[in-house]
Design a protein around this ligand. Structure first.
Ligand code: GDP
Ligand code: IMO
Ligand code: MG
Length: 427
């Protein structure tokens, strides 16, 4: 299978890291590619009981033999990049080759400063961003005042671009936010300090990936964030500033849509969300607290507690549609082991009207009340199951019911965080 996309079907943290790692270790994968977002991601991989977290780097960095690629659609903090690489090396990890696009945009320290001050300014309307400077870096990109990786190799160009980028920002920082202006020299110096180490990694990644596909190599596009956090298709404005949907992969990598063979949506057997924004199946009771506790739902990047709720099949169908999913990978089924009865949201009621599909407007989505169907639990430990047939009957029924409701076939089911704790669903 030459080109595979793995992406988040809910609000993030579905287990994309595990899915990528699983695919990269069961089939020979030549390239693992990040195409959007930055170090706002937090992907956990558990290998032989040892836990690793990646943020900006593709999870493929842990797979020797696969080249990791940070493509043009990613926003790159060189500081975060090297901190992450050095952290893995310090743990004795044999890191894979890493290639960075010359056209990827740079996150400098002023982007995270602006991210934090704007969030504070928003008060109760804040997005709950990760504070990593993602939104301000993408804003500069679209505003045509961004700095790209290639700019770090020409001091004259870099200085001119940093001056242009800071001109307006310094007025706003001083006059609106009452902050000290950012000095051009300090930013230029900071960015130049990374250029020598970066230079050998920098390539035309669109050319590299297209040539690889032409040669029949296998390329895995590892999603970050998720469908419901997409700036176009998510719960705007409570979203990230990029396009984590399947279409974003093509833009973010310079690879055409006709080249993609599989689009795998990773989805939890329940739902979580970090930060602000609407979440129809959110629970505020003991069930929510139990999902949070049993699922270990604490953010990998920011340490924030994740909001928890039941599986939302409307979100699943929406993700299947906007991404053209060929299949789902259902994760964390084991977290539901103890429940006697498991609710699943099959539709919404909005102002007295039943909706089976995502409503057209955000106002309607804010007013959505879930319509639940209930499934019998299995009340046994499934973490040791290694085939679909080994799952208790009620667990099989739950998976089949979700598959029926979700708009794409289920490829595999996670029954624990470990690479081997995966069950392939027979069709
Ligand atoms: P990502 O951002 O989509 O890569 O997901 P995160 O790593 O932020 O969060 C997913 C969490 O669930 C991690 O702690 C994983 O180790 C864990 N995980 C993934 N799949 C499973 C599973 O099937 N069962 C259990 N119990 N944990 C899982
Ligand atoms: P992974 O790849 C969960 C959320 C933030 C916030 C919103 C905007 O681990 O699934 P940003 O810093 O991107 O401007 O924040 O998006 N968010 C995530 N939530 N998982 C993620 O990544 C996220 N990346 C961003 O919490 O609500
Ligand atoms: Mg995560």
């Amino acid at each position: 299978m030459p080109a595979i996309v793995v992406l988040g079907a809910q609000w993030g943290d579905e287990g994309k890291g595990k899915a990528t790692d699983l695919l990269a270790t069961t089939d020979p994968i030549d390239f693992v590619v990040r195409t959007s977002g930055g170090h706002n991601a937090g992907h956990t991989i558990v290998v032989n009981g040892e836990k690793y977290a990646t943020h900006l780097l593709p999870s493929g960095i842990l797979t020797p033999g696969a080249t990791s690629v940070i493509a043009n659609g990613v926003v790159v903090s060189p500081e975060a990049l090297f901190r992450e690489l050095d952290g893995l090396v310090a743990r004795g990890v044999e890191v894979a080759d890493l290639v960075v696009s010359a056209n990827a945009h740079v996150i400098a320290s002023y982007h995270s400063t602006i991210d934090k001050v704007t969030e504070r300014f928003l008060g109760k309307n804040q997005i709950g961003t990760t504070g990593r400077g993602i939104g301000p870096a993408y804003a500069d990109k679209v505003n045509r005042t961004g700095i790209r990786i290639a700019d770090l190799f020409d001091e004259g160009i870099l200085r001119a671009k940093v001056e242009a980028a800071l001109d307006m920002k310094n007025h706003v920082l001083a006059k609106v936010y009452n902050r000290r202006a950012i000095e051009v020299d300090a930013v230029v110096e900071e960015l130049l300090s990374y250029s020598e180490r970066l230079r050998p990694m920098v390539r035309d990644t669109s050319l590299l990936l297209n040539q690889a596909l032409d040669a029949g190599k296998t390329v895995l596009f590892e999603g970050a964030q998720a469908t419901m956090l997409d700036v176009d298709h998510g719960t705007y404005p409570f979203v990230t500033s990029s396009n984590p949907v399947a279409g974003g992969v093509c833009v973010g990598a310079g690879v055409g849509p006709t080249r993609i063979d599989r689009v795998i949506g990773v989805i939890k057997a329940y739902t979580t969300r970090v930060g602000s924004g609407p979440f129809p199946t959110e629970l505020f009771d003991e069930d929510g607290a139990a999902l949070q506790r049993i699922g270990g739902e604490i953010g990998v990047s920011t340490g924030r507690t994740r909001r928890c709720g039941w599986y939302d099949a409307v979100v699943a169908r929406y993700a299947a549609r906007v991404n053209g999913l060929t299949e789902f990978f259902l994760t964390k089924l084991d977290v539901l082991d103890t429940w006697e009865r498991i609710p699943v949201c099959v539709g919404y009621e909005i102002d007295g009207v039943r909706h089976d599909e995502m409503p057209m407007t955000q106002t309607e989505f804010h007013h959505a009340t879930p319509v639940y169907e209930f499934f019998d639990g299995w009340q046994s430990d499934i973490s040791g199951c290694r085939s679909f047939a080994e799952l208790p009957k009620n667990a099989q029924n739950y998976v089949r019911a979700l598959e029926e409701l979700s708009g794409a076939p289920f490829w595999a089911v996670g029954v624990g965080p470990g690479r081997e704790q995966t069950v392939v669903v027979a069709s």
